[in-house]
Design a protein around this ligand. Structure first.
Ligand code: GLP
Length: 259
């Protein structure tokens, strides 16, 4: 696991955008896994800028989003489909038929989840998966206790996650209690995982992810087993790491490894 610490949220976002852009230039038909939440907004902002000013080309890229609330139509302002359209897709030249966001409105959810997994496989698997982290250490909506081998499925959100997301809804009782999410096992099959975290509220979860034991109680900790995981943090999110000096030392010396 590579841990990169930047001074600010903007620098964290730019570093992440460089990694995404580099992957797209190396493989124009990249299969890109995307996340929602406040964390990746700076990354998306920078990718939009690169598209508009530097011609970064998304025309051959396929995207798969991690998750969606169950019961929300894509027109609902708090749905993840709406979030992605407004914060990324409508500003870049990704083809609409190459965008996958799980649907929150399907009748046969099990069949749908199996289909979503098949589409990922049919696209050749996810090359680069962008991730955030919840305060309780979850990735996508894989709440504590999710199997580290789990696949795309319906989950019940924790009260903590519902509370965290209540700020986006008119009333707390409007926050959906269920979601469709890629599983930890699905995420672990991405060739490269890129997790971003910023702010003091994530420091505890980040320390558990990077330095704690691998446990289903902190589903992000499964990334310790991933052959290529990059964690990019701002200073506040890195504050509780014990080996911070070493991660920075590795980063300073990266050119000698040809990275
Ligand atoms: C939700 C999403 C996650 C996201 C997390 C953190 O639970 N399902 O994918 O990482 O929120 O969100 P934020 O970036 O707003 O802190």
């Amino acid at each position: 696991m590579d841990v990169i610490v930047k001074d600010t949220y903007e620098e964290m976002s730019r570093e992440a955008a460089q990694i995404v852009a580099q992957a797209m230039r190396a493989k124009p038909n990249l299969v890109l896994g995307l996340a929602t939440g406040g964390t990746p907004l700076g990354l998306y902002h920078e990718l939009i800028r690169m598209h508009q000013e530097e011609g970064l080309d998304f025309s051959k890229v396929t995207t798969f989003n991690l998750d969606e609330y169950l019961g929300l139509p894509p027109t609902h302002e708090q749905s993840y489909a709406y979030f992605m359209q407004h914060n990324l897709f409508r500003h870049i030249n990704v083809r609409p038929d190459k965008i996958y966001v799980p649907s929150g409105l399907v009748e046969d959810v099990q069949a749908y989840c199996a289909w979503y997994e098949e589409e990922i496989a049919r696209a050749g698997g996810i090359d680069l998966q962008v991730l955030g982290i919840g305060r309780d250490g979850h990735i996508a909506f894989n709440e504590p206790g999710s199997s580290l081998a789990s696949r795309t499925r319906v989950v019940t959100l924790t009260k903590e996650t519902i509370e965290d997301n209540a700020r986006f809804f008119a009333r707390p009782e409007d926050v959906p209690r269920f979601a469709i999410t890629m599983g930890v096992g699905t995420i672990m099959e991405a060739r490269h995982c890129l997790l971003l975290a910023n702010g003091p509220s994530k420091a505890e979860a980040v320390a558990a992810l990077v330095e704690g034991p691998i446990t289903s109680q902190i589903t992000a900790s499964a990334l310790q087993m991933h052959p290529q995981a990059t964690v990019i943090l701002d200073r506040a999110a890195a504050a509780k790491l014990k080996r911070l000096d070493y991660y920075q030392w590795i980063y300073e010396n990266r050119q000698y490894l040809g990275r």
